[in-house]
Design a protein around this ligand. Structure first.
Ligand code: CO
Length: 283
């Protein structure tokens, strides 16, 4: 596989330190102002906390409607419970994919009292026609996530989509999401074909990447330009590097968000709030 014309970096984004749930410290990498640009992705949070005070409060019961949450754990243990009666333990290298659809109320609570808790939560939008589907949930333990290794010694974990002949753990027709966790050795080089119209970004969580001559330091998101000539992206590394490569087909539908609800119109948001207050959001 050879990329003829790699995408370049359009913008580097540092992310905004914040806290959510019951005081969990995190960095909001993909914020509201980037939702149109990175359609169909609505949010990316990165968390990497050594101090239990920064995660022990977890995320007690809260609702969602209108999109999907994809939680990927690098290190640590979190217990998930939801209004659909689902329960699961997300840990080291595992992924949880939850379709909020018409409504889910869930909690995500740490099941550790010390040590590092590190991971990511990505919000993937649903097309208007699927926003009110029934909630759905699945845990993917680390060993169930398909992986590949290239001749250059690069390893990839395929959380969603397809890469290097490996079909990922999840597929979605409307948005064709690609979600890779790529590990490059020093002097490594990785190529990934990407449809030019798909929005794509990279988040480096160890080391430093080089994309088309732009250095992407650790804890930075690089938004990749949508050059119509490009056939993919080439990523290089001078040091041991780990990064997420995320891409998807934009929905090009209106986005209306109120906290944990993401719909297409204000009226639908008001309905979500009303349903939640009346106990009719979930189920
Ligand atoms: Co949640």
């Amino acid at each position: 596989m050879t990329i003829q014309y790699s995408r370049t970096v359009e913008t580097l984004v540092e992310g905004r330190p914040t806290s959510d749930g019951a005081g969990v410290k995190l960095t909001r990498v993909l914020t509201g102002r980037l939702q149109q640009r990175l359609d169909p992705f609505l949010m990316l949070d990165a968390f990497a906390n050594e101090n239990p005070d920064d995660y022990i409060g977890g995320f007690p019961d809260h609702p969602h409607r209108g999109f999907e949450t994809v939680t990927y754990m690098i290190a640590g243990r979190m217990r998930h419970r939801d209004s659909g009666g689902n329960e699961g333990l997300l840990q080291n290298g595992g992924m949880q994919w939850m379709t909020a659809g018409r409504g889910v109320i869930h909690s995500e609570m740490p099941e550790q009292e010390d040590g590092l808790m590190e991971g990511f939560q990505l919000w993937l939008n649903l097309p208007a026609k699927n926003k009110m589907v029934a909630g759905w949930y699945r845990d993917f333990p680390s060993e169930s996530i398909p992986e590949f290794r290239t001749a250059d010694g690069v390893t990839g974990r395929v959380l969603a989509g397809e890469s290097h002949g490996v079909t990922g753990a999840m597929q979605r027709d409307a948005t064709a999401p690609l979600y890779l966790d790529v590990h490059l050795p020093a002097g490594g080089r990785f190529e990934q074909p990407l449809p030019a119209g798909h929005n794509a970004f990279v988040y480096v969580y160890r080391g430093e990447a080089d994309i088309g001559g732009t250095a992407v330091p650790v804890r930075r998101m690089a938004i990749l330009a949508n050059d119509p000539q490009s056939d993919g992206v080439m990523i290089e590394s001078t040091t041991d590097t780990r990064l997420l490569l995320i891409a998807g087909q934009p929905l090009r539908e209106p986005i209306a968000q109120y906290g944990p609800f993401v719909m297409n119109t204000e009226a639908e948001l008001q309905q979500a709030v009303k349903d939640f207050r009346n106990g009719q959001l979930a189920g």
